[in-house]
Each structure stands twice: as structure tokens, then as C-alpha cells.
Design a protein around this ligand. Sequence first.
Ligand code: HEC
Length: 203
Amino acid sequence: MTPPRKRSPPTAQLRRENADPDESVKPLPWFLVMSLGAMAMWGAFYIYATPSGIESAYGDQRTVATLRPPEKTAPGAAPAVDGKQLFGAKCAACHQASGLGVAGVFPPLAASEWVLGDEKILTHILLHGVVGEMQVRGNTYNGAMPAWNSLSDDELAAVLTYIRSDWGNQAPPILTGTVKAQREATESRTEPYQGGKELAAGP
Ligand code: HEC
């Protein structure tokens, strides 16, 4: 048996060396884990609790008309809203920028007897919408025209005045006051008009 080797005392060279690096176990701080968990739970809850599929109350609901500084126009005067721009944003998807609609689905506004005709009935169409059969330029349509009562009197007057004056249409403008009066006159209506017959029958 060989006797155990005697350890030599650390030399000056050994003493001057640093210890070998070692990887110590460092778990994530608990408060970080907890706050990440809390954020994830809040996120899940937020998605769960946020209504979707119904009319959204989120996002910027303002229209250009709301953002514009109030203008000093006499009550009942022609509106200062850009009707063409509104038409492009709200109506052209169905009735097309050409005002010609889509055959058999969306009726034309160009040369339409409804657009050029009685201003009250035209205003009613926009305020409450129409479902069911209506004749436009000799063709029968049976679609659903949405109600636009969320637009202001100014905006409705502007878009109506626009559709009465483009694509060769020539009918007098519709004033803000007219829209206001018809909105009040048909205030109790909650349903869209049931086609052309009911429209012609009045509010
Ligand atoms: C989702 C598609 C859609 C949009 C958007 C729409 N409409 Fe209509 N509109 C229709 C349909 C469909 C009819 C026919 C309703 C029926 O058959 O009962 C109609 C009918 C009309 C009529 C009467 C018929 C005619 O051709 O003259 C007018 C006027 C009218 N829309 C104007 C507008 C204006 C102005 C806007 C924008 C503020 C607008 N519509 C937006 C689908 C739409």
C-alpha cells in the first residue's frame, strides 16, 4: 500500500488564481412569475368580458362632421358636410360610385324615381331603411336597405343633396331642416319600411 500523498501547500501561483466559475441555480423571481400570471389572467378575462359581434362601442366613432369646428350657417341652410365623400364611405359599396347599383341586387340611384321624387319619402328611406319589394326604374328589387338614422341631419342632407345632383340627376337640394322635420315626424317608427307600397303610403 502506498501512503496517501501529502498535499503540497498552495503555491503563490495557485493562490493568485480565481475560483473556477460555476453555474448557480437562479429561479425566476417569484414576483415576476406572479405578475406575468396576473397579466395573462387579466388578458384572458378582458377577451372574455369584451362584447363582440354586437354594435361596437369601441374605437373612434366620430365622423368628419363631428370633428369639424362648428360653422356659422343659418338654420336650415345648405349643409357644410361633403356629401360625395359620405356617399363614398357609406353607400358606394352597394349602390356603386357610378350610382348605377348592381343589377338585380342594389338598385340604381342615377335617374331613380325615388331619388328625384318626393323629398320626404326619400328622407324616410334613409332614416329607417327599406326591406321588401320596391320598383326602381321598372325593375323589382327585394333587398334590404339599412337605416342611416345614426347620421346627423347635416350629414343626411348632404348625402341626399349629393345623390340628387350627380350622375345627371337634377333635383333640388334637401335641406338640414327637412331631414330634421322628417326625423321628428317619423320618430315613433322602429322598423324599416316594408317595400315601396308602405313608403308611398307615408310616415
Ligand atoms: C348594404 C347595401 C346598401 C347600402 C350600404 C346602402 N343601400 Fe340604399 N338600398 C339598398 C337596397 C338593397 C335597396 C333596395 C331595398 C329594397 O329592395 O327594398 C336600397 C334602396 C335605396 C334607395 C331607394 C331605391 C333607389 O334606388 O332609389 C335609395 C334612395 C338608397 N338606397 C340610397 C342609399 C344611400 C344614400 C345610401 C348611403 C347613405 C345607401 N343607400 C346605402 C342597399 C344599400
